[in-house]
Ligand binder design. Structure first.
Ligand code: URP
Ligand code: ZN
Ligand code: ZN
Length: 459
């Protein structure tokens, strides 16, 4: 059914105007003022609301076997949580472990999502081992439309790769025109520090951050940048958390290295004191890289406003209280992850835009458009333009609420942002023209989402 959205304030990464959007056959057909609807069209009055392109989360974990357990969401729960929060596309990390076959892993991840997602989705293909066979498989995976890789410099012996493999992955990526996303922490330093702390009887969650201090992430980021420089590949640092790592990335960028930066919601809003809370309260706030000293937050916000941090993702990775307690005797066993897929847009709007830290255009850019451009989805996604997919968020800036596990859609029994006030939320969310959410309620088609094929970008 055609859809007409009338009288909204339409805001993109680079424009802002009042008008109407007419949607036909899943895409935006017309933009203008006083547009007429065909008989039978659905009409939504967006007066007093902002209308954004659908938001894109470039870093989520839905299906994830990790740290002796599995992340809690399914594609059914995670995609509904995403849509309630205004995210119409996510890019999931496909993460087979080092011992597993890459292509079999890729097909498994795709099968988990296929027909089970309410929002659109794509994958970053993790390369957790590199040999001749993997190389051939990666070529097939890119040809299938998954045009970005992921490497872990952390998580030794599980997801982590060595420097020879890193070189080979980047050389292949350069050849194929594929961007490589990277978790940048020096795995050997982490392993040494973990053993040393445990040997001193330092077992609680408050020791997670000291086991992977800022210098470990700065070293990992610099290391990745050096390999990008030598191979000429394009890279994207995921979940960058601190000033030292940012400095390493920006120094590399200034000397011409093709390096982009993502930071994630927890690092803007939470600090390491959350993980220092006693017992399970601290465990809820264990992720890697860890929550940092508060002084880093102003650095991240300033870099986000300036555009030197390209995107804001979540690294959504829910583990419930029982799973977090796997690490009650040793912080090294606490499943790493803080979910935020449902909260990202509202928290970034509230503490970024409303708090005066970023303007509305940078907000749209960081939470949607820049990811679309970096990962080969633009202008199909991340834009309000004729021909673009009609993924639209009609946003109510007058809404007032509070984040709580009691009302969340993510499959978890706590929320790391519990009690945090929000000022604004999506009023209507569409996926390719179909209304999926109305005022915090999912009203749509649970299998609406489709796999997005992406072409290599040749940066
Ligand atoms: O703590 C985190 N970040 N958990 C998810 C796995 C990863 O490193 O992205
Ligand atoms: Zn990571
Ligand atoms: Zn992650």
């Amino acid at each position: 059914m055609p859809l007409l959205i009338k009288n909204g304030e339409i805001v993109t990464a680079d424009s802002r105007w009042h008008g109407d959007i007419y949607v036909e056959d899943e895409t935006i057909a017309r933009l203008g003022q006083n547009l007429d609807a065909a008989p039978g069209a659905e009409v939504i009055d967006a007066a007093g609301k902002l209308v954004f392109p659908g938001f894109i989360d470039p870093h989520v974990h839905i299906y994830l076997p990790f740290m002796a357990t599995f992340a809690k969401d399914t594609h059914a729960t995670g995609s509904v949580a995403a849509l309630i929060g205004g995210t119409t596309t996510f890019i999931e990390m496909c993460c087979p472990s080092r011992g597993e076959d890459a292509l079999a892993g890729y097909l498994l991840w795709k099968s988990k999502a296929d027909g089970n997602s309410a929002c659109d989705y794509a994958f970053h293909m993790s390369v957790t081992r590199f040999d001749r066979q993997t190389q051939g498989q990666l070529r097939k995976i890119v040809a299938d439309g998954t045009a970005s890789f992921k490497v872990f410099l952390a998580y030794k012996n599980f997801f982590g790769i060595d420097d020879g493999e890193l070189y080979e992955v980047l050389a292949l990526a350069r050849e194929l025109g594929v961007i490589v996303t990277a978790h940048c922490e020096n795995a050997d330093l982490v392993a040494q520090l973990q053993q040393s702390l445990l040997a001193q009887g330092k077992t609680g969650p408050e020791w997670h951050e000291p086991s992977r201090p800022e210098s470990v992430e700065a070293e990992g980021t610099n290391h990745f940048a050096s390999f990008l420089e030598i191979t000429g590949a394009a890279g994207y640092v995921v979940h960058l958390s601190c000033a030292g790592a940012l400095d390493a990335a920006l120094r590399a960028r200034r000397r011409g290295v093709k390096i982009h930066v993502e930071s994630v919601l927890p690092h803007f809003l939470l600090d390491k004191s959350y993980a220092e809370r006693p017992g399970v309260e601290g465990m809820k706030h264990v992720m890697s890289p860890p929550l940092r000293d508060k002084r880093n937050q102003a650095v991240l916000w300033d870099a986000l406003a300036a555009g030197s941090i390209d995107t804001v993702g979540t690294d959504h990775c829910p583990f419930d209280i029982e799973q977090k307690l796997l690490g009650k005797d040793a912080f090294t066993q606490i499943p790493n992850g803080i979910p935020g897929l449902e909260e990202r847009v509202n928290l970034l709007y509230t503490y970024g835009v409303k708090a005066g830290r970023i303007n509305l255009h940078r907000f749209v850019d960081a939470a949607s458009t820049r990811a679309a451009k970096l990962f080969g989805l633009f202008p199909r996604k991340g834009a309000i333009a004729v021909g673009a997919d009609a993924d639209l968020v009609i946003y109510d800036p007058a809404y007032r609420g509070t984040v709580s596990a009691a009302t969340q859609h993510t499959n978890n029994n706590y929320n790391g942002f519990e009690g945090v006030p929000i000022e604004g939320r999506p009023s209507v969310v569409t996926v390719r023209g179909r209304v999926q959410v109305k005022d915090g309620v999912f009203v749509g088609d649970k299998s609406r989402g489709c796999f997005l094929k992406r072409n290599p970008s040749f940066f």
